[in-house]
Design a binder for this molecule. Structure first.
Ligand SMILES: [Zn+2]
Ligand SMILES: [Zn+2]
Length: 304
């Protein structure tokens, strides 16, 4: 029996999917996206906001913005200072009771996953392995995040509920949950992280499960925000010096945090005690991750 030539690409596509990494979506969502991408190249409704679409072979870093040349990096004046003064490489604005971030999601650090023909390429660190043929590609991520985050004390929403991303880093990149692609563990997948602790999944979405090393390296730096509106910090916690306490930088012990990596204290950016997450050991992932299995608050939405 002959196999139709039309069927061969479809078979290859299915084989390729079985080796894809780190799906925060369900497998069927991911397949549908990939099929759409094959059918027609993705056109971002938000392209006029995020600047020139980045092409890996010509990507360079703009030393003024510290983002890839051509990408728009802007935070509107009505955003609170902790966002306005810290977030870049995306386009942030306020819309009603939400913050909206639009992101091409291209890292402002070198990566193996730009591909060897890119000026932004660098080899993997010793001992690291390539995540197959996955390469960084420009995305059309739109985050709509509640500006007054609400704590959700029961029926918490899982972080593995099919989100395109569960948060955005201060340098405009996707945060992924504490799970790997089915059949894999994050502890294994960690071996495919580049020198900045990121890697792309099968449709080119570069992301961090772990601390983004050009943002935070075992310190109390602000890393980003999850889609429930609560901030994510590095391993340590610095209390606010202007709120009656003394500034300190303790290493947060896991026992000081709830199961979702969070606690309520002041921080450098918040003079009143405010819930926030930390990069810490995760018992599901069995490595340190940025988020646990549940959001503390009610998540907003993400489209891509
Ligand atoms: Zn991943
Ligand atoms: Zn803290």
């Amino acid at each position: 029996m002959e196999i139709s030539t039309l069927r061969i690409p479809a078979l290859l596509l299915i084989l390729g999917l079985s080796f894809s990494h780190c799906k925060t979506k369900s497998d069927s969502d991911e397949e549908m996206l990939l099929l759409l991408a094959v059918a027609a190249s993705k056109v971002c409704a938000n392209s006029s906001f995020t600047g020139t679409t980045v092409v890996n072979s010509t990507a360079t870093l703009d030393t003024n913005t510290d983002c890839i040349t051509g990408m728009t990096s802007s935070m509107s004046a009505d955003l609170p200072a902790w966002i306005r003064n810290n977030f870049k490489c995306s386009v942030g604005s306020v819309s009603g009771s939400n913050y909206v971030f639009r992101a091409q999601n291209i890292p402002n650090n070198k990566s193996f996953y730009f591909g060897s023909s890119s000026p932004m390429y660098e080899a993997l660190a010793g001992g690291q392995k390539s995540a197959g043929n996955n390469q960084i590609s420009s995305q059309c991520l739109v985050y709509t995040i509640p500006s007054s985050p609400s704590e959700k004390l029961s029926n918490k929403t899982g972080t593995q509920s099919g989100y395109a991303s569960v948060g955005i880093t201060v340098n405009g990149l996707a945060i992924f949950n504490n799970a790997a692609a089915p059949g894999d563990t994050l502890a294994t997948e960690e071996q495919t992280f580049d020198k900045f602790n990121g890697h792309p999944q099968s449709s080119g979405v570069y992301h961090h499960h772990s601390q983004p090393l050009n943002v935070s390296n075992n310190n109390s730096n602000l890393i980003g925000m999850l889609i429930d509106g609560f901030a994510v910090y590095g391993r340590d916690c610095t209390l606010n010096a202007n709120s009656g306490g003394t500034t300190s930088t303790p290493t947060i012990a896991g026992s000081q945090l709830d199961a979702n990596h969070g606690h309520t204290t002041t921080t450098t950016h918040f003079t009143t005690a405010t819930y926030h997450y930390h990069y810490t050991y995760d018992s599901t992932a069995t490595i340190n991750t940025l988020i646990g299995s549940y959001f503390h608050g009610t998540p907003g939405t993400v489209s891509n």
